[in-house]
Design a protein around this ligand. Structure first.
Ligand code: FAD
Length: 398
Protein backbone atom coordinates (compact mmCIF):
# COMPACT_ATOMS: atom_id res chain seq x y z
CA UNK A 1 0.00 0.00 0.00
CA UNK A 2 1.46 3.41 -0.87
CA UNK A 3 2.24 5.93 1.84
CA UNK A 4 1.22 9.47 1.04
CA UNK A 5 4.03 11.91 1.03
CA UNK A 6 3.48 14.69 3.57
CA UNK A 7 3.55 17.34 0.87
CA UNK A 8 0.90 19.05 -1.19
CA UNK A 9 0.72 16.28 -3.72
CA UNK A 10 -1.72 13.73 -5.00
CA UNK A 11 0.98 11.36 -6.13
CA UNK A 12 1.29 8.52 -3.65
CA UNK A 13 4.30 7.08 -5.47
CA UNK A 14 6.67 9.73 -4.12
CA UNK A 15 7.01 7.90 -0.87
CA UNK A 16 8.72 9.52 2.09
CA UNK A 17 9.19 8.25 5.61
CA UNK A 18 6.23 9.46 7.66
CA UNK A 19 6.61 11.87 10.56
CA UNK A 20 7.35 10.80 14.11
CA UNK A 21 4.70 9.72 16.58
CA UNK A 22 4.21 13.32 17.74
CA UNK A 23 2.65 14.10 14.38
CA UNK A 24 -0.89 15.43 14.35
CA UNK A 25 -3.21 14.59 11.49
CA UNK A 26 -6.40 16.64 11.07
CA UNK A 27 -9.11 15.41 8.70
CA UNK A 28 -11.30 18.19 7.31
CA UNK A 29 -10.68 21.74 6.07
CA UNK A 30 -13.90 23.35 7.29
CA UNK A 31 -13.94 25.92 10.06
CA UNK A 32 -13.31 23.21 12.67
CA UNK A 33 -10.24 21.72 10.98
CA UNK A 34 -8.63 25.02 10.03
CA UNK A 35 -9.45 26.73 13.34
CA UNK A 36 -7.79 23.84 15.16
CA UNK A 37 -4.73 24.09 12.92
CA UNK A 38 -4.44 27.83 13.62
CA UNK A 39 -4.90 27.33 17.36
CA UNK A 40 -2.20 24.64 17.41
CA UNK A 41 0.17 26.94 15.56
CA UNK A 42 -0.43 29.78 18.02
CA UNK A 43 0.93 27.46 20.72
CA UNK A 44 3.40 25.31 18.84
CA UNK A 45 4.99 26.43 15.57
CA UNK A 46 6.92 23.23 14.85
CA UNK A 47 5.14 19.95 15.62
CA UNK A 48 4.38 18.32 12.25
CA UNK A 49 0.72 18.79 11.35
CA UNK A 50 -0.90 17.32 8.25
CA UNK A 51 -4.41 18.40 7.28
CA UNK A 52 -6.20 16.07 4.88
CA UNK A 53 -9.37 17.07 3.10
CA UNK A 54 -11.67 15.57 0.53
CA UNK A 55 -12.36 19.00 -1.00
CA UNK A 56 -9.94 21.51 -2.49
CA UNK A 57 -8.95 22.90 0.92
CA UNK A 58 -9.94 26.52 0.23
CA UNK A 59 -10.60 28.39 3.46
CA UNK A 60 -14.06 29.98 3.65
CA UNK A 61 -16.64 30.91 6.28
CA UNK A 62 -19.62 28.64 5.77
CA UNK A 63 -22.15 30.98 7.47
CA UNK A 64 -21.60 33.44 4.63
CA UNK A 65 -23.20 31.04 2.13
CA UNK A 66 -26.72 31.90 3.26
CA UNK A 67 -26.41 35.68 2.98
CA UNK A 68 -24.03 35.99 0.04
CA UNK A 69 -26.62 37.43 -2.37
CA UNK A 70 -27.24 40.36 -0.01
CA UNK A 71 -23.48 40.74 0.44
CA UNK A 72 -23.11 40.85 -3.36
CA UNK A 73 -20.70 37.89 -3.35
CA UNK A 74 -20.51 34.80 -5.51
CA UNK A 75 -18.66 31.58 -4.64
CA UNK A 76 -15.33 32.92 -5.92
CA UNK A 77 -15.67 36.07 -3.81
CA UNK A 78 -16.42 33.98 -0.71
CA UNK A 79 -13.26 31.91 -1.17
CA UNK A 80 -10.41 32.82 1.18
CA UNK A 81 -6.88 31.43 1.19
CA UNK A 82 -6.12 28.39 -0.99
CA UNK A 83 -4.86 25.10 0.44
CA UNK A 84 -1.31 26.05 -0.61
CA UNK A 85 -1.55 29.41 1.12
CA UNK A 86 -3.00 27.89 4.31
CA UNK A 87 -0.19 25.31 4.33
CA UNK A 88 2.47 28.01 3.96
CA UNK A 89 0.88 30.38 6.51
CA UNK A 90 0.41 27.66 9.12
CA UNK A 91 3.63 25.74 8.46
CA UNK A 92 1.59 22.59 7.82
CA UNK A 93 1.11 20.00 5.12
CA UNK A 94 -2.30 20.30 3.50
CA UNK A 95 -3.43 17.43 1.28
CA UNK A 96 -6.51 18.47 -0.74
CA UNK A 97 -8.66 16.13 -2.83
CA UNK A 98 -7.75 13.29 -0.49
CA UNK A 99 -10.56 11.28 1.11
CA UNK A 100 -9.93 9.23 4.23
CA UNK A 101 -11.53 5.84 3.66
CA UNK A 102 -10.57 3.89 6.80
CA UNK A 103 -8.98 4.30 10.23
CA UNK A 104 -6.88 1.59 11.89
CA UNK A 105 -6.92 2.68 15.52
CA UNK A 106 -4.61 -0.17 16.62
CA UNK A 107 -1.85 0.56 14.13
CA UNK A 108 -2.58 4.33 14.28
CA UNK A 109 -2.81 4.63 10.53
CA UNK A 110 -5.42 6.06 8.21
CA UNK A 111 -6.17 4.85 4.73
CA UNK A 112 -6.97 7.41 2.04
CA UNK A 113 -7.74 7.20 -1.64
CA UNK A 114 -4.16 8.42 -2.18
CA UNK A 115 -2.39 5.99 0.14
CA UNK A 116 -1.81 5.32 3.85
CA UNK A 117 -0.59 7.69 6.54
CA UNK A 118 0.44 7.09 10.17
CA UNK A 119 -0.64 9.42 12.97
CA UNK A 120 0.43 10.23 16.48
CA UNK A 121 -2.82 12.07 17.19
CA UNK A 122 -5.75 12.04 14.80
CA UNK A 123 -8.44 14.74 14.83
CA UNK A 124 -11.65 14.20 12.90
CA UNK A 125 -13.28 17.42 11.73
CA UNK A 126 -15.50 15.72 9.15
CA UNK A 127 -18.55 17.98 9.30
CA UNK A 128 -22.07 16.83 8.45
CA UNK A 129 -23.94 15.66 5.36
CA UNK A 130 -27.26 17.05 4.12
CA UNK A 131 -30.06 14.65 5.05
CA UNK A 132 -31.28 12.98 1.83
CA UNK A 133 -34.53 14.62 0.71
CA UNK A 134 -36.12 11.33 -0.31
CA UNK A 135 -38.28 12.90 -3.05
CA UNK A 136 -39.50 10.80 -5.94
CA UNK A 137 -39.88 11.94 -9.55
CA UNK A 138 -37.70 12.56 -12.58
CA UNK A 139 -36.54 15.93 -11.20
CA UNK A 140 -35.43 14.59 -7.82
CA UNK A 141 -31.78 14.38 -8.87
CA UNK A 142 -31.81 18.11 -9.70
CA UNK A 143 -32.72 19.13 -6.14
CA UNK A 144 -29.76 21.05 -4.73
CA UNK A 145 -28.31 21.29 -1.23
CA UNK A 146 -25.76 23.89 -0.17
CA UNK A 147 -23.31 22.71 2.46
CA UNK A 148 -19.97 23.93 1.13
CA UNK A 149 -18.41 26.41 -1.26
CA UNK A 150 -18.54 24.03 -4.23
CA UNK A 151 -22.24 23.38 -3.58
CA UNK A 152 -22.83 27.11 -3.41
CA UNK A 153 -21.17 27.62 -6.81
CA UNK A 154 -23.55 25.04 -8.31
CA UNK A 155 -26.54 26.75 -6.65
CA UNK A 156 -25.54 30.18 -7.94
CA UNK A 157 -25.15 28.98 -11.52
CA UNK A 158 -28.55 27.24 -11.25
CA UNK A 159 -30.08 30.59 -10.20
CA UNK A 160 -28.67 32.38 -13.25
CA UNK A 161 -31.54 33.96 -15.19
CA UNK A 162 -34.12 32.14 -13.04
CA UNK A 163 -36.94 33.51 -10.88
CA UNK A 164 -38.74 30.89 -8.79
CA UNK A 165 -37.04 28.98 -5.96
CA UNK A 166 -38.67 26.38 -3.75
CA UNK A 167 -36.89 25.80 -0.45
CA UNK A 168 -37.59 22.54 1.33
CA UNK A 169 -37.26 23.09 5.09
CA UNK A 170 -37.92 26.14 7.25
CA UNK A 171 -35.17 25.62 9.81
CA UNK A 172 -32.27 28.00 10.34
CA UNK A 173 -30.61 27.42 6.98
CA UNK A 174 -33.89 27.32 5.04
CA UNK A 175 -35.04 30.62 6.59
CA UNK A 176 -31.71 32.30 5.92
CA UNK A 177 -31.70 31.25 2.26
CA UNK A 178 -35.36 32.26 1.91
CA UNK A 179 -34.54 35.74 3.26
CA UNK A 180 -31.49 36.13 1.04
CA UNK A 181 -33.31 34.96 -2.10
CA UNK A 182 -36.48 36.98 -1.50
CA UNK A 183 -34.44 40.09 -0.74
CA UNK A 184 -32.61 39.59 -4.04
CA UNK A 185 -35.94 39.52 -5.90
CA UNK A 186 -36.55 35.78 -6.32
CA UNK A 187 -40.05 34.37 -5.85
CA UNK A 188 -39.59 32.00 -2.90
CA UNK A 189 -41.80 29.18 -1.63
CA UNK A 190 -40.82 27.43 1.61
CA UNK A 191 -42.23 23.99 2.39
CA UNK A 192 -41.98 23.21 6.09
CA UNK A 193 -43.27 20.28 8.11
CA UNK A 194 -43.70 22.30 11.30
CA UNK A 195 -46.47 24.80 11.96
CA UNK A 196 -43.98 27.67 12.25
CA UNK A 197 -40.31 28.06 11.29
CA UNK A 198 -37.58 26.76 13.62
CA UNK A 199 -40.25 25.23 15.82
CA UNK A 200 -37.70 23.24 17.81
CA UNK A 201 -35.84 26.41 18.78
CA UNK A 202 -38.55 29.08 18.97
CA UNK A 203 -41.84 29.35 20.84
CA UNK A 204 -44.78 29.78 18.51
CA UNK A 205 -45.11 33.58 18.96
CA UNK A 206 -41.49 34.13 17.93
CA UNK A 207 -41.73 31.68 15.05
CA UNK A 208 -44.85 33.37 13.69
CA UNK A 209 -43.17 36.78 13.79
CA UNK A 210 -40.26 35.39 11.80
CA UNK A 211 -42.68 33.82 9.31
CA UNK A 212 -44.55 37.12 8.99
CA UNK A 213 -41.32 39.06 8.48
CA UNK A 214 -40.30 36.75 5.66
CA UNK A 215 -43.81 36.75 4.20
CA UNK A 216 -43.69 40.57 4.09
CA UNK A 217 -40.62 40.17 1.92
CA UNK A 218 -42.61 37.92 -0.43
CA UNK A 219 -41.88 34.42 0.95
CA UNK A 220 -44.79 32.06 0.40
CA UNK A 221 -45.08 29.55 3.27
CA UNK A 222 -46.44 26.00 3.12
CA UNK A 223 -46.61 24.94 6.77
CA UNK A 224 -47.39 21.41 7.93
CA UNK A 225 -46.37 20.03 4.54
CA UNK A 226 -43.58 17.96 3.03
CA UNK A 227 -42.47 17.59 -0.56
CA UNK A 228 -43.25 14.24 -2.17
CA UNK A 229 -42.23 14.46 -5.82
CA UNK A 230 -40.29 16.69 -8.19
CA UNK A 231 -41.04 16.38 -11.92
CA UNK A 232 -39.32 18.10 -14.78
CA UNK A 233 -41.60 20.38 -16.82
CA UNK A 234 -41.03 22.35 -19.99
CA UNK A 235 -40.20 25.44 -17.92
CA UNK A 236 -38.46 23.96 -14.87
CA UNK A 237 -39.77 21.73 -12.08
CA UNK A 238 -43.08 20.91 -10.44
CA UNK A 239 -42.90 20.10 -6.72
CA UNK A 240 -45.84 18.06 -5.43
CA UNK A 241 -46.58 18.26 -1.71
CA UNK A 242 -48.10 15.58 0.52
CA UNK A 243 -51.56 17.19 0.22
CA UNK A 244 -51.40 17.15 -3.59
CA UNK A 245 -50.68 20.88 -3.86
CA UNK A 246 -48.09 21.73 -6.54
CA UNK A 247 -45.48 24.48 -6.78
CA UNK A 248 -43.78 25.50 -10.03
CA UNK A 249 -40.09 26.23 -9.56
CA UNK A 250 -36.92 26.92 -11.51
CA UNK A 251 -34.65 25.78 -8.70
CA UNK A 252 -35.40 23.46 -5.78
CA UNK A 253 -33.17 23.76 -2.71
CA UNK A 254 -33.27 21.19 0.06
CA UNK A 255 -32.51 22.57 3.52
CA UNK A 256 -34.11 19.88 5.65
CA UNK A 257 -31.12 19.38 7.91
CA UNK A 258 -27.66 17.92 8.30
CA UNK A 259 -26.43 14.78 9.99
CA UNK A 260 -22.93 14.29 11.37
CA UNK A 261 -20.55 12.24 9.24
CA UNK A 262 -20.05 9.12 11.33
CA UNK A 263 -19.73 6.24 8.83
CA UNK A 264 -15.93 6.27 8.84
CA UNK A 265 -15.64 6.05 12.60
CA UNK A 266 -18.44 3.51 12.95
CA UNK A 267 -16.51 1.24 10.60
CA UNK A 268 -13.45 1.75 12.81
CA UNK A 269 -15.40 0.72 15.91
CA UNK A 270 -15.37 4.22 17.45
CA UNK A 271 -18.42 5.08 19.54
CA UNK A 272 -21.11 7.23 17.92
CA UNK A 273 -24.48 8.52 18.95
CA UNK A 274 -25.94 11.42 17.05
CA UNK A 275 -22.33 12.35 16.25
CA UNK A 276 -18.86 11.03 17.07
CA UNK A 277 -19.01 10.74 20.84
CA UNK A 278 -16.38 12.50 22.90
CA UNK A 279 -15.93 13.76 26.43
CA UNK A 280 -14.90 17.31 27.29
CA UNK A 281 -11.33 16.56 26.22
CA UNK A 282 -12.75 15.91 22.74
CA UNK A 283 -11.27 12.41 22.80
CA UNK A 284 -13.28 9.65 21.16
CA UNK A 285 -13.55 6.09 22.44
CA UNK A 286 -10.28 5.31 20.58
CA UNK A 287 -6.92 6.31 22.05
CA UNK A 288 -5.34 9.32 20.32
CA UNK A 289 -8.40 9.97 18.16
CA UNK A 290 -10.36 13.21 18.69
CA UNK A 291 -13.37 14.87 17.08
CA UNK A 292 -14.40 18.54 16.72
CA UNK A 293 -17.03 20.57 14.89
CA UNK A 294 -20.27 19.43 13.27
CA UNK A 295 -19.28 15.74 13.36
CA UNK A 296 -18.77 15.71 17.13
CA UNK A 297 -21.17 14.99 19.96
CA UNK A 298 -19.45 16.35 23.04
CA UNK A 299 -20.77 14.96 26.33
CA UNK A 300 -24.09 14.22 24.67
CA UNK A 301 -24.38 17.67 23.05
CA UNK A 302 -24.34 18.08 19.28
CA UNK A 303 -23.95 21.82 18.64
CA UNK A 304 -23.47 22.42 14.90
CA UNK A 305 -22.53 26.09 15.11
CA UNK A 306 -19.38 28.19 14.86
CA UNK A 307 -19.01 29.30 18.49
CA UNK A 308 -18.94 25.76 19.93
CA UNK A 309 -16.40 24.58 17.36
CA UNK A 310 -14.16 27.55 18.17
CA UNK A 311 -14.27 26.66 21.87
CA UNK A 312 -13.56 23.01 21.02
CA UNK A 313 -10.63 23.94 18.76
CA UNK A 314 -9.06 26.17 21.42
CA UNK A 315 -9.37 23.52 24.12
CA UNK A 316 -8.12 20.70 21.92
CA UNK A 317 -5.17 22.73 20.65
CA UNK A 318 -4.13 23.29 24.27
CA UNK A 319 -4.47 19.59 25.05
CA UNK A 320 -2.55 18.47 21.97
CA UNK A 321 0.28 20.87 22.75
CA UNK A 322 0.70 19.69 26.30
CA UNK A 323 -1.86 21.50 28.49
CA UNK A 324 -4.77 19.19 29.13
CA UNK A 325 -7.85 21.41 28.75
CA UNK A 326 -11.47 20.28 28.84
CA UNK A 327 -13.77 22.33 26.61
CA UNK A 328 -16.11 24.71 28.36
CA UNK A 329 -18.70 26.79 26.60
CA UNK A 330 -19.69 30.36 27.33
CA UNK A 331 -23.35 31.31 26.79
CA UNK A 332 -23.64 30.91 23.01
CA UNK A 333 -26.75 32.48 21.49
CA UNK A 334 -27.66 31.33 17.97
CA UNK A 335 -28.16 34.26 15.60
CA UNK A 336 -30.52 33.62 12.70
CA UNK A 337 -29.42 35.77 9.75
CA UNK A 338 -32.88 36.88 8.66
CA UNK A 339 -32.67 40.68 8.40
CA UNK A 340 -36.38 40.77 7.46
CA UNK A 341 -36.97 39.80 11.10
CA UNK A 342 -33.77 38.91 12.97
CA UNK A 343 -33.78 36.24 15.67
CA UNK A 344 -31.43 35.45 18.55
CA UNK A 345 -32.01 32.25 20.48
CA UNK A 346 -30.31 30.72 23.45
CA UNK A 347 -32.36 27.62 24.12
CA UNK A 348 -32.55 26.13 27.62
CA UNK A 349 -30.60 22.92 28.23
CA UNK A 350 -32.47 19.85 27.15
CA UNK A 351 -34.76 18.63 29.91
CA UNK A 352 -34.83 21.97 31.79
CA UNK A 353 -38.13 22.20 33.65
CA UNK A 354 -40.17 25.41 33.39
CA UNK A 355 -41.64 27.23 30.46
CA UNK A 356 -41.68 30.29 28.23
CA UNK A 357 -42.79 33.73 29.41
CA UNK A 358 -43.53 35.57 26.22
CA UNK A 359 -43.95 39.32 25.75
CA UNK A 360 -44.90 40.52 22.31
CA UNK A 361 -44.19 44.10 21.29
CA UNK A 362 -45.13 45.76 18.02
CA UNK A 363 -41.74 45.07 16.44
CA UNK A 364 -40.52 41.95 18.14
CA UNK A 365 -40.93 39.19 20.69
CA UNK A 366 -39.08 38.61 23.94
CA UNK A 367 -39.47 35.07 25.25
CA UNK A 368 -37.74 34.10 28.48
CA UNK A 369 -37.44 30.46 29.49
CA UNK A 370 -37.75 30.38 33.25
CA UNK A 371 -37.43 27.35 35.53
CA UNK A 372 -39.65 26.49 38.47
CA UNK A 373 -37.58 28.63 40.84
CA UNK A 374 -38.01 31.63 38.53
CA UNK A 375 -34.43 31.49 37.22
CA UNK A 376 -33.69 32.43 33.63
CA UNK A 377 -32.60 29.32 31.65
CA UNK A 378 -32.76 30.55 28.06
CA UNK A 379 -34.27 33.17 25.79
CA UNK A 380 -35.50 33.97 22.32
CA UNK A 381 -35.52 37.53 20.99
CA UNK A 382 -36.86 38.65 17.64
CA UNK A 383 -37.01 41.92 15.70
CA UNK A 384 -36.32 45.03 17.77
CA UNK A 385 -36.08 42.90 20.93
CA UNK A 386 -32.75 41.43 19.73
CA UNK A 387 -31.10 44.52 21.25
CA UNK A 388 -31.57 42.89 24.67
CA UNK A 389 -29.23 40.04 23.79
CA UNK A 390 -26.13 41.13 25.72
CA UNK A 391 -28.05 41.95 28.89
CA UNK A 392 -29.73 38.54 28.85
CA UNK A 393 -26.47 36.71 28.15
CA UNK A 394 -25.02 38.48 31.22
CA UNK A 395 -28.07 37.58 33.29
CA UNK A 396 -27.72 33.94 32.24
CA UNK A 397 -24.01 33.85 32.99
CA UNK A 398 -24.76 35.22 36.47
P1 FAD B 1 -17.47 21.33 7.42
O1 FAD B 1 -17.34 22.75 7.09
O2 FAD B 1 -18.58 20.57 6.80
O3 FAD B 1 -16.09 20.64 7.03
C1 FAD B 1 -15.95 19.25 6.94
C2 FAD B 1 -14.65 18.96 6.22
O4 FAD B 1 -14.38 17.56 6.30
C3 FAD B 1 -14.68 19.30 4.73
O5 FAD B 1 -13.46 19.91 4.39
C4 FAD B 1 -14.78 17.93 4.05
O6 FAD B 1 -14.21 17.90 2.77
C5 FAD B 1 -13.97 17.08 5.03
N1 FAD B 1 -14.24 15.64 4.99
C6 FAD B 1 -15.39 15.01 5.30
N2 FAD B 1 -15.23 13.68 5.19
C7 FAD B 1 -13.95 13.47 4.81
C8 FAD B 1 -13.16 12.31 4.53
N3 FAD B 1 -13.67 11.08 4.64
N4 FAD B 1 -11.88 12.48 4.13
C9 FAD B 1 -11.33 13.71 4.04
N5 FAD B 1 -12.03 14.85 4.30
C10 FAD B 1 -13.31 14.72 4.68
N6 FAD B 1 -23.28 28.48 12.27
C11 FAD B 1 -23.27 29.61 13.04
O7 FAD B 1 -22.78 29.55 14.17
N7 FAD B 1 -23.78 30.78 12.57
C12 FAD B 1 -24.32 30.89 11.32
O8 FAD B 1 -24.77 31.97 10.94
C13 FAD B 1 -24.33 29.73 10.48
N8 FAD B 1 -24.82 29.80 9.21
C14 FAD B 1 -24.77 28.69 8.43
C15 FAD B 1 -25.24 28.77 7.12
C16 FAD B 1 -25.20 27.66 6.30
C17 FAD B 1 -25.71 27.76 4.88
C18 FAD B 1 -24.72 26.42 6.80
C19 FAD B 1 -24.70 25.19 5.91
C20 FAD B 1 -24.25 26.32 8.11
C21 FAD B 1 -24.27 27.45 8.92
N9 FAD B 1 -23.79 27.40 10.23
C22 FAD B 1 -23.79 28.52 11.01
C23 FAD B 1 -23.15 26.18 10.76
C24 FAD B 1 -21.61 26.29 10.65
O9 FAD B 1 -21.29 26.83 9.39
C25 FAD B 1 -20.99 24.92 10.85
O10 FAD B 1 -21.21 24.56 12.21
C26 FAD B 1 -19.50 24.86 10.57
O11 FAD B 1 -19.13 25.52 9.39
C27 FAD B 1 -19.06 23.39 10.51
O12 FAD B 1 -17.68 23.30 10.25
P2 FAD B 1 -16.96 21.88 10.23
O13 FAD B 1 -15.53 22.18 9.97
O14 FAD B 1 -17.32 21.10 11.44
O15 FAD B 1 -17.61 21.09 8.99
Amino acid sequence: MPVITPALSREPERVQTPGPDRSIVIVGSGLAGYTLLKEIRKRDPVTPVTLITADDGTFYAKPNLSNALAAGKDAAALAGASAEKMAAEQNATVLPHTAVTAIDTQAQRIRTDQGDLPYGKLVLALGADPIPHGLAGDGADAVLAVNDLAGYAVFRSALDGKQRVTVLGGGLIGCEFANDLAHAGYAVDVVHLGEWPLERLLPVEAGRRLADGLAALGVNWHFGRTGKRVERTAGGYRVTLDNGETIEADVVLSAIGLRPRTQLVQAAGIATGRGIQTGRLLQTSAANVYAVGDCAEVEGLHLPYVQPLMAQARALAATLTGTTTPVSYPAMPVMVKTPAHPVVALPPRLGTAGGWRVECGDDGVCALHVDEAGRLQGFVLTGSETGRRNALVKALAA
